[in-house]
Design a protein around this ligand. Structure first.
Ligand code: DGL
Length: 276
C-alpha cells in the first residue's frame, strides 16, 4: 500500500498547557504510526477561568499556527477549549477536527449503570453545561452533577500529583459529589488524569473514573479513516515524529512532558502565538 502526502502529515494536538499531553499519550498508544505535533499554550494557561471570547481567540491563533505547519487534522486536547471554541473553529476550517468532550460523554454514558454521573472540570467547562448537553442527548434519563475544581490545574502544573496539599484540596472539592450516588466520574479537564490516584482514593472504588482521552483517540482513528487520512501501518520504518511547541517555559515543559509521556523529550520550540 502507498501512503499519500496527506496521510504522512502530522496531527496537531493542542491544550492550554501541559494537560493535553495526557491525550497525546493516548494517541501515541492507539495510533503509533502517526506523526504528532503538540502545542501547549504555557504562556496563557489557565483557560479555565477565561471568557468564551478569549478562549476562542486563543484557539483560533493556535489553529492558524498548526495549519501553517500543514497538519492533516486537529485534536483539541483541552476540555475548556472544546467546550467554548469547538463549534466556531470546526465551521472555519476544512480539515477534520475533534474535541475531547463528546468522546468523554459517550464513554461516561457507556460506563454508568445507575445513570448518575459526576463531572469535574474547570470553571468555564462546568459553567458551559456542555457535558450535561451531550449526556442528555445520549440518554435523557442521565442525571449529571458537576463541580469545578480550579486549583487542580496549578497543582498538576506544579508537579504535585501525589502530595498532601493536593489530597486536602481533592477532599474539599469532591466530598459534596459523594452525596449523589454517582457511579462514574468524568475527568473533564485533561490535567486531571494526572491526579487519578488521589481522585480515585477520595471517591472510592465504586466510582469509575472516566478519562475522555481513551475515547478521543478511538474517535480520532475513525475520523481519520473516514477521511482516508490514517497513516498506513508498517510502511515507514523511520517511525513517527513527535514535535513540541509552547508559548513559554521550554525547560519546564520538556521535563514535564518526559514524565507524562514516559519517554525522552529532547526539545520544544517557543512560538510567538500572538502573531498568528
Ligand atoms: N487542560 C484544560 C482542560 O482540559 C484546562 C486547563 C486550563 O484551565 O487551562 O480544560
Amino acid at each position: 500500500m502507498k501512503q499519500s502526502m496527506e496521510q504522512d502529515a502530522p496531527i496537531g494536538v493542542f491544550d492550554s498547557g501541559l494537560g493535553g499531553l495526557t491525550v497525546m499519550r493516548e494517541i501515541m498508544r492507539q495510533l503509533p504510526e502517526e506523526h504528532l505535533l503538540y502545542f501547549g499554550d504555557t504562556a496563557r494557561v489557565p483557560y479555565g477561568s477565561k471568557s468564551k471570547r478569549t478562549v476562542c481567540r486563543y484557539s483560533r491563533q493556535i489553529v492558524r499556527f498548526l495549519q501553517s505547519r500543514h497538519v492533516k487534522a486537529i485534536v483539541i486536547a483541552c476540555n475548556t477549549a472544546s467546550a467554548l471554541a469547538f463549534d466556531e473553529i470546526r465551521d472555519e476550517i476544512d480539515i477534520p477536527i475533534i474535541g475531547v468532550v463528546e468522546p468523554g460523554a459517550m464513554m461516561a454514558a457507556d460506563t454508568t449503570k445507575t445513570n448518575n454521573i459526576g463531572v469535574i472540570g474547570t470553571e468555564s467547562t462546568v459553567k458551559s453545561g456542555i457535558y450535561d448537553k451531550f449526556l442528555h442527548r445520549i440518554n435523557p434519563d442521565i442525571t449529571v452533577v458537576s463541580k469545578a475544581c480550579p486549583l487542580f490545574v496549578p497543582l498538576v502544573e506544579e508537579g504535585l500529583w501525589e502530595d498532601r496539599v493536593t489530597e486536602d484540596i481533592a477532599g474539599r472539592y469532591l466530598h459534596e459529589l459523594k452525596e449523589y450516588e454517582i457511579d462514574a466520574l468524568v475527568l473533564g479537564c485533561t490535567h486531571y488524569p494526572l491526579l487519578r490516584r488521589i481522585i480515585g482514593r477520595e471517591m472510592g472504588e465504586q466510582v469509575k473514573l472516566v478519562n475522555p482521552a481513551y475515547e478521543t483517540a478511538k474517535s480520532l482513528k475513525v475520523l481519520l479513516t473516514e477521511h482516508d487520512l490514517l497513516h498506513p501501518s508498517g510502511i515507514d520504518d523511520k517511525g513517527p515524529t513527535y514535535d513540541y511547541y509552547v508559548s513559554d517555559g521550554v525547560e519546564k515543559f520538556i521535563s514535564f512532558a518526559g514524565d507524562v509521556l514516559s519517554c525522552h523529550v529532547g526539545k520544544a520550540e517557543v512560538v510567538n502565538i500572538e502573531s498568528y
